[in-house]
Design a protein around this ligand. Structure first.
Ligand SMILES: [Zn+2]
Length: 293
């Protein structure tokens, strides 16, 4: 799925391109991807309205629409956003010819066409009244936004203290943290020197500090790199990642072969040397001895 750093770039580009523009047409290739939570027919309920705001919230993209509506997109796995060059005077498109992967297309009078495409059709596009947006599944219950001032060391520590699961599952739990996917979970754990199967309760306060700091640093650096590359929004820029997708290749820090391991429902890439299963570094043996005595 597009992850937070990708979506920050998408948000920047879409805000510049379509914010303030009036929708002249809307289409979908698969009505099951489009969830209309408003008692009005599609596409008439969107046509003639203006895009007022474009805002990323966690891994969701939220479009504020004039007249008190929102369009909220949950891009899963292979979902992607795309802008098509504006073609004034082009013949009207035949919705019957749209591929099923087209979740939603929005046309504008004087801006590129925006498409949300999803080859696996696992993502969802919701159209709702703004007052009902908390009812949108998952979106209504997302956790701490990692780019917001609310993401403090104290808030992170409090969220983690309640966890009995493995650290990678915690990082990827959207109801706790908004939002980390497979790629950046691996990058963050590598930066923190934590094995992906470490249980949250086994991580001591310096380990939590390292994890908190790594989340901020890895995401901020990725955002800067993706902005610098400034690729079209449908392209996921991932070639700068240090562990994700590099299993079988040497670790860039120590040369050990990066491995892939099953963790919960997903696969994690990690370096067995930089991310040992037990992190003795954090254990203060003398203190443990005192406690026993
Ligand atoms: Zn290593």
């Amino acid at each position: 799925m597009p992850e937070l750093p990708d979506l920050v770039h998408v948000e920047d580009v879409l805000r510049k391109t379509i914010a303030g523009k009036t929708i002249t047409g809307a289409r979908t290739g698969d009505p099951t991807v489009l969830r209309i939570m408003v008692g009005e027919p599609f596409p008439a309920l969107l046509v003639g309205r203006r895009i007022e705001t474009v805002e990323r919230r966690g891994h969701f993209m939220r479009f504020g629409i004039s007249g008190g509506l929102v369009v909220v997109v949950n891009a899963m796995l292979v979902g992607r956003y795309k802008l098509l060059p504006h073609a004034p005077g082009a013949p009207k498109k035949d919705p019957k010819k749209d591929p099923r992967a087209l979740g939603l297309a929005l046309d504008f009078e004087d801006a590129p066409e925006l498409q949300y495409l999803d080859d696996k059709r696992m993502g969802k596009v919701y159209v709702a009244r703004a007052e009902d947006e908390a009812k949108i599944p998952i979106y209504g219950g997302i956790g701490l936004d990692l780019m917001s001032p609310a993401f403090t060391r104290a808030a992170f520590g409090a969220a983690m203290a309640r966890r009995r699961d493995q650290v990678r599952a915690f990082l990827m739990d959207k109801s706790a943290l908004a939002s980390i996917g497979n790629a950046y979970a691996d990058e963050i754990l590598f930066a923190a020197g934590l094995h992906p199967k470490t249980f949250c309760r086994k991580i001591d306060p310096p380990g939590v500090d390292a994890l908190y700091e790594s989340i901020g640093r890895v995401l901020t650096e990725a955002i800067a790199e993706i902005r610098r590359r400034d690729q079209p929004i449908e392209i996921k820029v991932r070639d700068f990642l240090v562990v994700r997708g590099r299993d079988g290749k040497p670790c860039l820090v120590c040369g050990t072969t990066i491995r892939s391991v099953r963790v919960g429902a997903g696969d994690a890439c990690f370096c067995p040397t930089c991310q040992p299963e037990t992190r003795k570094l954090f254990v203060n043996w003398s203190q443990l001895g005192d406690r026993k005595a």
